[in-house]
Design a protein around this ligand. Structure first.
Ligand code: AMP
Ligand code: MG
Length: 412
């Protein structure tokens, strides 16, 4: 994760370069474990999964009705019912010419027949069934292997398992799977001014929020979270905490103290302990950002300002942690939306402004600003449902023009 621009005063690292460098440095430990599928929601597959069976495993009926030979209806539309096929209780015999059987949805198609006619299109008189519509071979039959063929690849290594995947695995009869072990992420906030919610503020103090945001964002990832609390701006306490975090975690995340301030010891301690880059990234909010290697772990240093901490964690740290977790990551979906408000900006940095996106009556996306965009205004993020991304060189966007947005809470 070296950055030959670190020494160049005033140089801002483009966002895409920062992300690429960060992702290049993430080496998954490849540790794996076997788990029951019931525990696998949100975990990352460490193996390809091929189907051990055909789905469906037999030709079966898509309807409640009668199974028959479609040719029989050419001469005579009344056939004799000779038995039943229920889901789980197949008809054992063969259906001959002039015969049919009652069949229910999911039941095995017996020997001899080639179609199913739904019960609504029949008239039943004891064992005589009159068909009110003709049929073609294959009608209302779901064929063996139609959904998934035996040995077909169904899920690939690096895939994050969603609810439908767990159901799919169950439908294939698979009980346990191999997934990547959870990455351990230690989270701390630094600053003498910080007080835990629930406490009482003295002069100059503020309630801590970054750890709460970061931990909440981590909760949707397959990671083990280690909460190290608020760490005072005290050199030896900070050093002990970083050493402890490095011993117990795979990734150490701290917020605060990565910009230059008199009481910010974080930089000195980290520089002694490992190989850390202190980047100035061409984004707003979130210019100061630190990352690199401690002896046994990776380090991510977020800016202290709450919006900056949240945006950099979301845009840089989350893809990094996903990659470490073995997940195949794909770029987030971006949309074009019509600006309802002006989005002011000066050229120089890529901006992640906060917006409220909606669809107009024709389904086109439009976006409002959440108002003030300062890096300390956390309410702007809380009210927003998307980022309004304004290019590094953009001069701002006027109402009526189009902007790129990225909705929050995307799967990837
Ligand atoms: P720093 O990067 O430590 O200089 O902090 C920059 C700004 O962010 C200061 O106004 C801090 O008070 C504020 N800040 C730092 N850490 C937090 C936190 N965990 N929660 C809320 N605000 C914070
Ligand atoms: Mg601080």
């Amino acid at each position: 994760m070296s950055c030959d621009c670190d020494s160049q005063q005033g140089y801002l690292l483009p966002f895409e370069d920062a992300l690429e460098r960060l992702l290049c440095s993430a080496k998954s430990s490849q540790k794996q474990e076997s788990i029951l599928i019931n525990h696998a929601f949100g975990r990352i597959l460490s193996q390809d999964i091929s189907s051990p069976v055909n789905v469906p495993p037999h030709n079966n009926s898509a309807m409640d009705g009668y199974a028959l030979r479609s040719n029989d209806l050419n001469d005579n539309n009344t056939l004799t019912k000779i038995g039943y096929s229920f889901a789980g209780q197949p008809f054992e015999g063969t259906v001959e010419q002039g015969q049919c059987i009652r069949i229910m949805t999911g039941a095995v198609i017996p020997q001899g027949v080639d179609c199913v006619i739904m019960q609504e299109n029949t008239k039943v008189t004891d064992e005589k069934i009159t068909f009110l519509k003709s049929a073609s071979s294959g009608d209302n039959i779901r064929n063996l292997g139609e959904d998934i063929q035996k040995d077909a690849l169904v899920l690939t290594k690096g895939h994050k398992l969603v609810a439908a995947d767990i159901g799919l695995l169950a439908s294939l009869g698979i009980e346990t799977i191999d997934v990547f072990s959870m990455v351990k992420v230690a989270v701390m906030s630094t600053g003498d001014e910080l007080v835990e919610p629930g406490g009482i503020l003295k002069a100059g103090q503020i309630f801590e929020s970054n750890r709460y945001t970061v931990i909440s964002m981590l909760k949707v990832l397959p990671v083990e979270i280690i909460d190290l609390g608020i760490i005072r701006d005290d050199q030896s306490i900070l050093r002990n905490t970083f050493e402890h975090a490095n011993d117990i975690a795979d990734v150490v995340v701290s917020s605060g103290g990565v910009s230059v301030g008199e009481a910010d010891y974080v930089k000195d301690i980290l520089t002694e302990m490992g190989e850390i880059n202190f980047w100035k990234i061409a984004i707003k909010p979130g210019k100061p950002f630190a990352c690199g290697k401690l002896p046994n772990s990776y380090f991510i240093g977020l800016p202290g300002n709450p919006v900056s901490a949240t945006v950099t964690f979301d845009q840089l740290a989350i893809p990094f942690i996903k990659k470490l977790s073995g997940e195949n990551i794909s770029p987030r979906v971006k949309l074009k939306a019509k600006a309802i408000d002006d989005f002011k900006k000066r050229p120089g940095r890529l901006e992640f402004q906060r917006g409220v996106a909606s669809q107009d009556e024709k389904g086109y996306w439009q976006v409002n600003s959440t108002g003030k965009q300062g890096s300390g205004i956390l309410s702007s993020l809380s009210r927003a449902n998307c980022y309004v991304m304004l290019d590094q060189n953009s001069n701002g966007v006027l109402s009526g023009e189009h902007v790129t947005i990225e909705l929050f809470n995307q799967k990837s």
